[in-house]
Design a protein around this ligand. Structure first.
Ligand code: ADP
Length: 502
């Protein structure tokens, strides 16, 4: 049997580019798939910020062009191979030779071009995938473009698509004129059942409607997004496709996030010998200018500083929390109001709070390794990787029971000794404080605490299991080829009456 071929498309891929969890997934899931025999290749933009050590190694493969803004624009394809995976980089100086990755006024144009270039690249790279697996709105146009324009060409015939939603909040909504100027697809697709959203084009909605299967990154989030609160105004579309929607929890790369070998942390350690963990705590306190106190619990937060992450709950109780003998370490960047809040508390409580307002991979691992607790009280959380990384590094998560946090953290039961963390159900600051208080008092019961650390460290959050789930899904959608060679959603029937999507 020939190998299953998958093109994985992402706007960020660790270690080449990263702003959050999407990069971790795009960096680690393909590796896990390759280990299980899938011919998986990854395509991403060639950003200016890709570290020099990779820039030096990537090689030119050829040139292509794609239509955009009523004209044609050229791009160059570069390639690099590591751990059995071929990576393709799309170079376009105007679009990607900039600082950072997102937040530009022409992001719609940049990423639509990237999607077209990824499709145009395939014959040049001589790679015909069975499945194109795209992720989040930046790569969502691929699923529409394939079904609307490309699938009829011989090369693209029978290619299936999977779209993974890492966060419903970011949808890529643009004026309807992009139907002509950017996408170049027929206006027959501009209907409520397909891409139209309040008289605009919604890329995420397009991918939901045009993919053979849709996945999201935890089972609970897959259920949650059928409800309007979590669906960010796309509840109708999600419910329409619920038979093709799957929740597959993210894993982490156990080679990259490994306290026994991680070169970024102060001392290595493993579940059977935690001495190195306490060295990390001491060094971290010193490094951040906090008093070195072995018996004071260190609570940390590493996150993008945005409302989704429950930072308002922290703001509401931080004064109460700081009355206790604890230390609070923040690492994050984002919205000004949260940056200022944490800077203020670091200034007002220098013995207790360390606020590091930046993005810093190195410091992140040191904090995961040197903390006692990791606080993640998200309003919603599609999967969340930070709580998983914490457990891997022997740091006990305190989370709100939503999305992937609910699926990955087992609440501690002091009667049975089972559980990997602490959790609360309602989005309520005082519920969170009560649970934090309980975690802090358990922390002082040394044997009990050690048991929770061990429970977390002994969980398996590697990709082994979830990669199997993706492979089953790839096989399921590609097997439809044999029974029914005409694509079922090339032209999606207007099967649904207009349901409210507000
Ligand atoms: P999201 O994808 O919503 O940002 P996740 O928990 O899924 O949240 O993934 C966040 C990833 O980004 C983790 O690997 C986390 O360690 C990392 N991260 C977030 N903020 C920072 C930061 N300021 N510095 C370093 N790493 C960060």
């Amino acid at each position: 049997m020939s190998k299953l071929k998958v093109l994985f498309v992402s706007s960020e891929v660790s270690p080449f580019s990263k702003t959050g969890g999407l990069a971790d997934v795009a960096g680690s899931l393909p590796k896990a798939l390759a280990k299980k025999g899938v011919d998986v290749r990854v395509v991403m933009p060639k950003y200016k910020n890709i570290p020099q050590k990779y820039q030096k190694k990537i090689m030119s493969l050829g040139n292509g062009s794609a239509n955009i803004c009523y004209g044609t624009s050229g791009f160059e394809i570069h390639t690099y191979e590591e751990d059995g995976i071929i990576y393709y980089f799309i170079e376009h100086n105007l679009y990607f030779e900039r600082d950072g990755y997102y937040g530009y006024g022409d992001d719609g144009e940049r990423f639509t071009f990237f999607c077209k270039a990824a499709l145009e690249m395939l014959p040049i790279a001589n790679f015909k995938p069975d499945v194109i697996h795209s992720n989040d709105w930046q790569t969502a146009a691929i699923n529409l473009l394939l079904k609307a324009n490309y699938i009829h060409g011989d090369f693209y015939k029978n290619i299936k698509t999977i779209f993974t939603i890492h966060n419903m909040k970011y949808q890529g909504v643009f004026p309807k004129e992009v139907m002509d100027s950017l996408l170049g697809v027929s206006w027959e697709h501009f209907t409520y059942e397909r891409v139209e959203f309040h008289d605009q084009v919604n890329y995420l909605k397009a991918a939901i409607n045009y993919s053979d299967a849709i996945t999201t990154v935890s089972k609970t989030y897959a259920d949650e997004i059928k409800h309007d609160f979590f669906a960010e105004n796309l509840g109708g579309s999600v419910r329409d496709r619920e038979n093709d929607l799957y929740g597959i929890v993210n894993g982490i790369d156990y080679d990259v996030f490994n306290p026994a070998t991680d070169p970024k942390i102060f001392a290595n350690f493993h579940a059977n010998d935690l001495r190195g963990k306490y060295v990390n705590k001491k060094n971290l306190q010193e490094y951040l200018g906090l008093p070195v106190k072995a018996n004071t619990p260190v609570i940390s937060v590493i996150t993008r500083l945005i409302a989704q992450k429950g930072l308002d709950l922290i703001g509401a109780i931080i004064n109460d929390l700081l009355q206790q003998d604890i230390q609070l370490i923040i690492l994050g960047a984002g919205e000004y109001r949260y940056e200022e809040m944490f800077k203020y508390y670091a200034h007002a409580f220098p013995e207790k709070v360390s606020s590091n307002i930046k993005y810093d991979d190195y410091l992140a691992n040191r904090i995961y390794a040197g903390s006692d607790m990791f606080l993640m009280p998200s309003l919603f959380e599609p999967c969340g990787l930070s709580q998983i990384i914490s457990m891997r590094y022997g740091t006990v998560p305190v989370v709100r029971e939503t999305g992937g946090l609910k699926d990955t953290v087992i609440p501690y039961n002091k009667y049975t000794g089972e559980g990997t963390g602490f959790s609360f159900a309602n989005y309520n600051a005082h519920d969170m404080l009560t649970v934090l208080d309980s975690a802090i008092s358990t922390y002082h019961e040394r044997e009990e605490w050690r048991g929770i650390i061990m429970n977390g460290m002994n969980q398996d959050f590697s990709w082994a299991h979830s990669a199997e789930e993706y492979i089953s899904l790839y096989n399921k959608i590609t097997s439809k080829n044999e029974t029914n060679s005409s694509s079922n959603i090339t032209v999606k029937k207007n099967s649904r009456k207009k349901a409210p999507e507000m």
